[in-house]
Design a binder for this molecule. Structure first.
Ligand SMILES: Nc1nc2c(ncn2[C@@H]2O[C@H](COP(=O)(O)OP(=O)(O)OP(=O)(O)O)[C@@H](O)[C@H]2O)c(=O)[nH]1
Ligand SMILES: [Mg+2]
Length: 403
């Protein structure tokens, strides 16, 4: 700043005794100075944080927690807006159970309900991530052909408006009827014994609350909103102002084949928050079942932390879904993903090992702050979110010193 101010004073001093061409050059220089000042001011006031990580790792849930603490806290009118997504999530849970019943040959109590189940499944199919990505990419390519995005703002606008996931809202009455059947109840009771295609914790949560959700006066609670599974296919942004600074948190789709888009957002980023789901240590990648999901996260983390555009950007690593990790470790070892693990089958040592793996996949000089958390836990996340915001503020102060 001092250098810029000095330059301005010098030019003002000599203006009166100058030729026409000289005055024009000074005017140009002033204009550039002015632009630089404005740009710097904007940079000082605006802090961009990029939220990256694998699909389902908890990026959007973290943004919701941020909104809860540093935003409007989800007033009733806003919460109402999540009703359809929640009903759709309940339907996904029911279809999951229907499919399991088909696999094990368990029938509904009457032929009428059996028929309803078949129709319900057809109307509200579980859509795979691969199908969604394919549709999204097609829509994106079509939009690019019609109107190519030339700036980051245009790309953001397009990616956040390509709304290709619009499933039908299911009938509450149908869901009540299906749920009341003893066979589906029996299937749900045995959910922890599903060997493949296990029920997600969010489906389990919504099915356990189906009576409350499928009522005429239902208003989603914050817990309901935090449990929603609705993949981000483009870009979502949450902004908040603190100490006269605008914080922009940009949540970018985590799917492997959409990661190419990440690079467009690397410019001007103060910090990267990288999300990893600890629960994925025994899971294969949905987009490519030959790859272990956590190995893929490690690779993505490595690529991001070694990216030349982010060489001065600090990383905040979130090891999320600790609740599921702890539960899974009761039956499975992290050796499933890391055969080189030699430690005891304990939560803390396993966690330490995973943490170490990520540490080894970043340049030694790069600063990394790690949080182990459960993003749906409001109480726990209060502290974590505050710590992250503080950390981003510090990172930004450090960054501005080097501008
Ligand atoms: N049990 C548990 N569930 C979680 C946790 N964090 C997030 N979830 C759930 O996991 C699901 C996926 O979370 P999202 O926040 O949508 O994941 P994402 O990273 O935004 O995923 P994409 O948008 O697909 O990239 C949601 O149903 C969340 O409620 C956690 O710590 N524990
Ligand atoms: Mg998301």
């Amino acid at each position: 700043m001092a250098a810029l101010r000095k330059k301005k004073t010098d030019t003002t001093f000599s203006l009166t005794s100058m030729s026409k061409g000289g005055r024009a050059a000074v005017a140009r220089s002033r204009s550039i100075d002015h632009q630089l000042d404005e740009e710097r001011e904007r940079r000082e006031k605006e802090v961009q944080t990029l939220i990256l990580g694998s699909p389902g790792a908890g990026k959007s849930t973290f943004l919701k927690q941020l909104r809860l603490q540093f935003g409007d806290g989800f007033p009733a009118a806003e919460r109402q807006g999540y009703r359809d997504q929640i009903l759709q999530n309940v339907a996904t849970g029911l279809v999951h159970l229907i499919e399991h019943m088909e696999r094990i040959g368990l029938k509904f109590q009457t032929p009428e309900i059996q028929k309803l189940a078949t129709e319900f499944k057809k109307k509200h199919p579980r859509i795979s991530i691969a199908t969604l990505i394919k549709k999204f990419k097609e829509a994106d390519e079509k939009a690019e052909k019609i109107c190519p995005a030339t700036t980051k703002a245009e790309l953001t606008k397009r990616l956040s408006s390509l709304d290709i996931y619009k499933p039908d809202v299911p009938s509450e009455e149908d869901m009540h009827t299906l749920w009341a059947d003893p066979a589906i109840q029996m299937c749900f009771e045995r959910r922890h014994k599903f060997e493949t295609d296990t029920l997600s914790t969010s489906s389990e949560f919504f099915l356990l609350h189906i009576g409350r959700i499928c009522s005429s006066d239902y208003l989603p609670s914050v817990q309901d909103i935090l449990h929603i599974r609705w993949p981000t296919l483009g870009v979502q942004e949450h902004q908040f102002i603190m100490d006269y600074r605008l914080y922009r948190m940009i949540d970018v789709a985590g799917q492997r084949s959409l990661r190419k888009k990440w690079i467009h957002f690397f410019d001007e980023v103060a910090a990267v928050i990288f999300f990893v789901s600890l629960a994925e240590f025994d899971e294969a990648l949905e987009e490519d079942p030959s790859v272990m999901a956590m190995q893929d996260s490690l690779q993505a983390f490595h690529d991001v932390s070694y990216n030349q555009f982010l060489d001065k950007t600090d990383i905040i690593l979130f090891l999320n879904k600790k609740d599921i990790f702890s539960n899974k470790l009761k039956k499975t070892s992290i050796k499933t993903c890391f055969p080189d693990y030699k430690g005891p089958e304990l939560i803390d040592t396993s966690l330490q090992f995973v943490q170490e793996k990520f540490k080894l996949n970043k340049p030694p000089s790069k600063q990394m702050y790690t949080h182990v958390c459960c993003a749906i836990d409001v109480q726990q996340m209060k502290e974590v979110v505050s710590a992250v915001v503080e950390c981003v503020v510090d990172i930004n102060v450090k960054r501005l010193k080097h501008l």
